[in-house]
Ligand binder design. Structure first.
Ligand SMILES: *Cc1c(COP(=O)(O)O)cnc(C)c1O
Length: 372
């Protein structure tokens, strides 16, 4: 008899699509009259774009944002009818690919607007696209000084369907940051120069900032996946991701022994060490390790906290399980690395990063299970 894959897996990643759907409903309710799209770039922040699209479509979500044309192609393969915007915009001569996929470029410069207009005119077909106005990121989008020039491109603007005008907040995660209001005002002033179209400014944080930021369509990403949208205060979203690693070996160590590369952690008393085959190659960051005088991340066995000892290796971590009953901390048992006791944002804080990076770094060696 073949063992079930879950018995073979060194790591189990469980994505709770029920929690994802709850988060979508919560964001949609917050957005009031605005439509709620979903940002699913980077494989839906590491959680699996096909499954996420299917789950959110069932909640009535019909508009998705990806970063790249390749991601748009993948979405189209699983969802024939949804609207897909490509945030990276239109690369030279990429028009036919957009048309073939049925994806919409987010145009961010006068040359992109001209090229999309000429492409649509050549097909005699007013295909939809968005225009991105830069109101303070200096990354993608029409610089404010170019909006008037874009507005004067009447041939181009007349040749395609302007389906959305959008901008992106730089400091939305800090609700009191003066840049939020400045960007909102700049967006409303600048978009008035372009032909009338539905407007969108809010990412997850923008949804939390309130109705003035919601316009016609909101575009949350990280909050859908349970990550924190605002730097401070409670995170009202449900955790979507749970990561468990399997104990490969248990060993006894004496006081004075060390563990792992560099011998960075010295045991001050006899204890037991569990080795779990998850490491930095799986997105479990090296900075989460412990060294003498510095405690790193913790994991959980049931309700028992088990600290990481020593460095995180490519494929392995080591945990001090001396305080856990032997029947719980045994070979083959599972250890919670992300879940109810250790949130994505807890790990992010320890790793001096943000939940977005923890999620999008989730490894490819885990057995993935979708529930809910
Ligand atoms: C990634 C992204 C979003 C989603 O941002 P979150 O902070 O994850 O909600 C929205 N809009 C644009 C332009 C983005 O690049």
């Amino acid at each position: 008899m073949t063992a079930p894959a879950s018995a073979e897996a060194s790591g189990l990643l469980t994505v709770d699509l029920g929690a994802l759907r709850d988060n979508y409903r919560q964001l949609k309710a917050k957005a009031g009259a605005a439509r709620c799209a979903a940002v699913i770039k980077a494989d839906a922040y590491g959680t699996g774009a096909p499954q996420v699209v299917q789950a959110l479509t069932a909640e009535g979500c019909d508009t998705f944002f990806v970063a790249t044309l390749g991601e748009a192609r993948a979405v189209r393969a699983t969802a024939a009818d949804v609207t897909v915007y490509v945030l990276d915009g239109l690369f030279p001569e990429a028009g036919p690919a957009f048309a073939e996929i049925g994806a919409r470029p987010v145009l961010g410069s006068v040359p992109e607007i001209r090229e999309w207009g000429a492409f649509c005119a050549s097909r005699n077909e007013a295909l939809p696209a968005a225009i991105h106005i830069d109101t303070g990121m200096n990354r993608l989008g029409l610089p404010p000084a170019d909006v008037a020039e874009a507005a004067a491109e009447s041939d181009a603007l007349g040749a395609f369907e302007l389906a959305l005008v959008m901008s992106h907040l730089a400091c939305g995660d800090e609700p009191d940051h003066p840049k939020n209001e400045a960007q909102r005002q700049a967006f409303d002033t600048l978009r008035a120069k372009l032909p009338a179209a539905p407007a969108s400014l809010a990412n997850s944080a923008g949804v939390m900032l309130g109705p003035a930021y919601h316009h016609d369509l909101v575009r949350p990403g990280v909050a859908l996946y349970g990550g924190r949208a605002l730097v401070e205060g409670p995170n009202p979203m449900k955790q979507v991701v749970r990561l468990e690693g399997r104990i490969a070996q248990i060993r006894e160590v004496e006081a004075g022994e060390t563990v792992g590369y560099g011998a960075t952690w010295t045991f001050d008393a006899p204890t037991r060490v569990a080795t779990v085959p998850i490491g930095y190659a799986d997105g479990y960051f090296r900075i989460l390790g412990s060294r003498d005088g510095h405690r790193g991340a913790v994991a959980y066995i049931g309700d028992h906290e088990v600290p990481i000892v020593g460095r995180v290796s490519m494929d392995l971590i080591t945990l001090d399980v001396g305080a856990v009953p032997e029947e719980r901390a045994r070979r083959g048992a599972m250890v919670e690395l992300l879940g109810p006791h250790v949130t994505v944002d807890d790990v992010a804080a320890l790793a001096q990063t943000i939940g977005y990076e923890v999620l999008t770094s989730l490894g490819r060696r885990y057995q993935r299970t979708y529930i809910g």
